[in-house]
Design a protein around this ligand. Structure first.
Ligand code: GSH
Length: 218
């Protein structure tokens, strides 16, 4: 049985996993999960992933239910010493740090706004939620002032994970490109990558426009 990736294209972590499958040529069958119809809450799905999130990667009895762990696993298994996830321990640690930053800060702050809007139609976004999202621009600008990309001076899996998340932020909090020139340049550079064009652009736009319309319909 081929490995399967349970995903939905609007989901940032799912998009990161899909892009990594493309980059590292992971032999995998894509399976769409309809969150609005509760396909992630069925007993079969919960058996795979008790946290009921996408993406989930299943290869026989080997299951990964976190996109960051998937990116690391795909790079190590199929990456053939790829510079996207170098073996050097210090470089790796800098990359891991930004993967955790994506999960713990970028994605979490975005999810605090998008999940209630997407799943429960909640239109109210508090000033604190917006300020929290805005502050991530400061963090990213500071990181990108140290290196050309988030962890190192070249693209790594940390950029792929973070770009999948950040590429829809501007629908919620406009990006002032004069105040955040490094971040604007990084977004432009990432946008050019063929795997971002093919597997990220449409999903990020769909999620961004949907959230914007929910918030504006208040
Ligand atoms: N840390 C997880 C987060 C996954 C996640 O929260 N996915 C969202 C979609 S963007 C989800 O499936 N939410 C459904 C739910 O929480 O019930 C990852 O990186 O894979």
């Amino acid at each position: 049985m081929p490995a399967k990736l349970y995903k939905k294209d609007v989901s940032p972590p799912a998009r990161a996993a899909i892009m990594a499958c493309e980059i590292f040529n992971v032999p995998v069958e894509m399976v769409d999960v309809n969150l609005l119809e509760g396909e992630h809450l069925t007993p079969e799905y919960l058996k795979m992933n008790p946290c009921h999130t996408i993406p989930v990667f299943v290869d026989g009895d080997f299951v990964i239910h976190d996109s960051h762990a998937m990116l690391m696993y795909f790079a190590d298994t199929y990456g053939n010493n790829s510079p996207l996830y170098p073996k050097d321990i210090k470089q790796r640690t800098l990359i891991n740090q930004k993967l955790f930053f994506n999960d713990g800060v970028l994605f979490t702050r975005m999810r605090n706004i998008t999940y209630p809007a997407f799943v429960h139609g909640v239109k109210d976004v508090t000033k604190m939620q917006l300020d929290d999202l805005q502050e991530t621009y400061d963090f990213l600008e500071a990181f990108l002032s140290r290196h050309k990309f988030l962890a190192l001076d070249h693209i790594t899996i940390a950029d792929i994970a973070a770009y999948a998340t950040v590429s829809m932020f501007h629908y919620i909090v406009p990006l002032d490109t004069n105040k955040y020139p490094k971040l604007a340049a990084w977004l432009k550079e990432m946008e050019k990558q063929p795997y971002c064009q093919k597997y990220n652009a449409a999903g990020a736009k769909a999620l961004g426009e949907f959230i914007k319309s929910v918030i504006e319909s208040k």
